[in-house]
Design a protein around this ligand. Structure first.
Ligand code: NAD
Length: 350
């Protein structure tokens, strides 16, 4: 199947391409079952960090995956590196592509296109976050009203909760974002609510800090690991005692696929939190132990929008998605360190 009448460029079929190194050894969780999986999925933001892992799981399960990403060359490279993450990829902005015709040929949508990143959302950066996090979602859902699609899974974030003072945030906890980024995701969830009222079956997944191979270079763990290898000095913001719930990327991907398969009530958000909760200082120490090298660092002031603590209650995901995180922080970090090392070796030989 090739999507027709789209304004984006069809780049080509990807699933049959052989994987290229570096392919980091991945800690494995249970395999995804194929029960209840849609046969054709539109994956937006397909070249992104989380989407690449989702696409790979879906393709391995025999699903026909059409990816859309505005950064298609990077997307294509990422998918090659991770053994083919989609059946095909369209080089287009979600806001430019002819969504109505595209949606005629899929059964479900995983919408991961978006602008992540807290610091980039301040000042004029907010326009970009509103465009890519809120407007893309609204346009996609509007087009889905006229399409025969079933489940739609969209990427929300733990940032909607802001600082979690004690205990853990469950899905009924108040939304109190501390950053324009978190506010854009909360707004997106309200948009979802409006379209659920009009009959769409949409599930927002609130991912808690995702890490692992292919992690975005702007993310803290990626920069910490680079700082063990002669990269830029890592800046510890404040005292480094900020606590984060960390989710290994393959665990996040399995939760996303499980959300496609489940019979969740439309509109119910679900926390996707991992098995590792640790402070920035603890992560630094673990990386130093696993990498066998010091994370070159300096301290600097706290930045606005950075919660002191995030903590996920994942009872809903356990009960309804029958999902739980499988990969420990130690194993997941070891995989990410191996991936970054392999990537550096490959770049050195390129
Ligand atoms: N990584 C995390 O820890 C984390 C945590 C919570 C939520 N999220 C959310 O999950 C989603 C994926 O995050 P990620 O870390 O994989 O980010 P990423 O930047 O690696 O992936 C996002 C992809 O979307 C694409 N994209 C953005 N706007 C687009 C548009 N208008 N049209 C087409 N493509 C577009 C980008 O080119 C990129 O490849 C985002 O919505 C993010 O906000 C991520």
């Amino acid at each position: 199947m090739q999507p027709s009448n789209t304004s984006g460029t069809l780049i080509g079929r990807m699933s049959s391409q052989p994987p290229l190194s570096p392919k980091a050894p991945l800690p494995s969780g249970p395999a995804t079952t194929t029960a209840g999986l849609p046969s054709r999925v539109l994956l937006t933001g397909a070249g992104g960090f989380i989407a690449t892992a989702v696409g790979r799981l879906l393709v391995e399960a025999g699903v026909d995956v059409t990816g859309v990403d505005v950064r298609s060359e990077e997307a294509r490279q990422r998918a090659n590196l991770s053994a083919g993450a989609w059946s095909k990829i369209i080089n287009a902005d979600v806001l430019d592509v002819d969504l109505r015709s595209l949606l005629r040929s899929v059964d479900a949508i995983v919408h991961l296109a978006g602008s992540p990143g807290v610091q980039s959302s301040w000042a004029g950066g907010f326009d970009h976050h509103v465009r890519n996090n809120v407007v893309t979602t609204q346009r996609l859902l509007e087009a889905a009203l006229d399409a025969p699609v079933g489940r739609i899974v969209v990427a929300s974030s733990s940032s909607v909760y802001g600082h979690v003072g004690q205990g853990s945030a469950d899905e009924r906890s108040p939304l109190a974002p501390l950053s324009p980024y978190g506010a854009s995701k909360a707004a997106m969830e309200h948009v979802v609510g409006a379209y659920v009222e009009r009959g769409l079956s949409v599930t927002p997944l609130r991912y808690f800090t995702v890490y692992g191979p292919h992690q975005r270079p702007d993310m803290a763990m990626h920069r910490m690991i680079e700082a063990t290898r002669g990269g830029p000095v890592f800046r510890v913001r404040g005292d480094g005692e900020q606590l984060r719930n960390f989710t290994f990327v393959d665990d996040a991907a399995r939760a996303t696929v499980a959300a496609l398969q489940s019979d969740l009530a439309p509109g119910l958000p679900v926390n996707v939190g991992g098995s590792g909760t640790a402070s920035v200082n603890e992560v630094l120490a673990l990386i130093e132990e696993l990498a066998g090298a010091e994370v070159k660092r300096e301290t600097s002031v706290e930045v606005p929008g950075d919660p002191g603590r995030t903590a996920a209650n994942i009872d809903r995901a356990r009960q309804i998605l029958r999902w739980s995180p499988q990969v420990s922080l130690r194993d997941g970090l070891a995989a990410q360190i191996a991936w970054q090392a392999a990537r550096a070796r490959q770049n050195a030989h390129a």
